[in-house]
Write a protein that binds this ligand. Structure first.
Ligand SMILES: [Zn+2]
Ligand SMILES: [Zn+2]
Length: 346
């Protein structure tokens, strides 16, 4: 039996490397040698304890690898040597899947239930992965692995963008210049919006400015007044909350243009932030409050195309990289306030 190393969070602020057999490959599966997995906010949230889960949790879903074997029924769409990332699992047969809502797959729980030895999660900080070919997404092999790992975060941005339907030259304010804030900001600019970012941490302000954005330092300026100034009194067509706090939510509503403004709630906050608004405002101002979470397989396909254009700066969103044996250090780094994505090399 071929064995593989993988990492799991075993307790609060404790991550370790274990060994388990490489899963058996079925006739519709791909065997992928993984090369890199970035640590998502959701992953280190389990490690810090802000997101409650039953340990051990072997997370990791922002990963990339190369196909080294394929099942007999996998057609020529996927071949040995292809570089691939993965969408979240879906069955492809249920009503939601057939309507294109693969996020809402009715059988998602079957796909992510704990393994026989009690390990839950995607087991993505691992040397190998066996997946049904339907969830694999090809990525440009000329990209560095740690940059291709942004496939999943980019897909979630695309999902939100499709719900928001921005038009060219929209004034878009992104609250928060963390990884997801700067990914959103760059993608909306790529699709033609004028983007303004608000942030208070100097390090993140510097990165946002180096990417050429208008940045409002909220420790110095009132963000609502400043947005008003930068949009010539119009206010924002869209505010993306990429940092989730009650005060950010309040600012978002105030920054919106008088009528037909949209707020996209992109991030989750722990504890859950509040939204202080009466429904008359939503009614009279014809406001759209939009939630987004996760991404469908078609969003992943579009994200792969965006990656291949190489117009989104991903280098500046990479904080550091560690080998799998340094998993504990990798989590410590990822959970440091202000850190961008941390890569685990596999
Ligand atoms: Zn993620
Ligand atoms: Zn399904």
């Amino acid at each position: 039996m071929k064995m593989m190393k993988y990492a799991a969070v075993t307790d609060l602020k404790q991550a370790e490397v274990f060994e388990r057999p490489v899963p058996k490959m079925g006739e519709n599966d791909l065997l992928v040698k993984l090369y890199a997995c970035n640590i998502c906010t959701a992953d280190y949230g389990v490690w810090t304890g802000s997101r409650k889960k039953q340990f051990p949790v072997a997370g990791g879903h922002e990963n990339i690898g190369i196909i080294i074997d394929k099942g007999d029924k996998v057609n020529s769409e996927f071949n040995i040597g292809d570089c691939v990332g993965f969408s979240i699992p879906f069955c492809g047969l249920c009503e939601e899947c057939r309507n294109g809502n693969t996020i809402q797959c009715e059988h998602i729980l079957d796909a992510i239930k704990p393994t026989e030895d009690g390990v839950s999660g995607f087991i993505g900080f691992a040397e190998y992965k066996v997946v049904n070919a339907r969830i694999a997404v090809k990525v440009d092999p000329s990209l560095p692995f740690e940059e291709s790992c942004f496939l999943e975060p980019l897909a979630t941005v695309v999902h939100g963008l499709k719900k928001v339907r921005p038009t060219r030259f929209d004034n878009v304010v992104v609250i928060g210049a963390g990884t997801m804030g700067l990914l959103n900001a760059q993608v909306y600019r790529f699709y033609g919006s004028n983007v303004i970012i608000t942030e208070m941490m100097q390090k993140k302000i510097d990165v946002a400015m180096s990417l050429g954005f208008d940045v409002i330092d909220i420790s110095k300026d009132d963000p609502v007044e400043k947005v008003n100034l930068l949009t010539e009194g119009k206010g924002a067509d869209l505010v993306i909350c990429a940092a989730s706090t009650t005060s950010a939510n309040k600012q978002a509503i105030k920054m919106l243009k008088r009528d037909n403004g949209k707020v996209l709630f992109f991030a989750a906050g722990y504890p859950a932030p509040e939204l202080d608004i009466d429904s008359n405002q939503i009614h009279y101002r014809a406001m759209e409050l939009i939630g987004t979470y996760d991404a469908t397989i078609s969003d992943f396909m579009e994200a792969s195309k965006i990656l291949a254009r190489k117009e989104i700066n991903l280098k500046c969103l990479l904080e550091n990289s560690f080998s799998l044996s340094e998993i504990q250090k990798a989590f410590e780094c990822a959970a440091t306030p202000g850190a961008y994505r941390v890569t685990v090399r596999l």
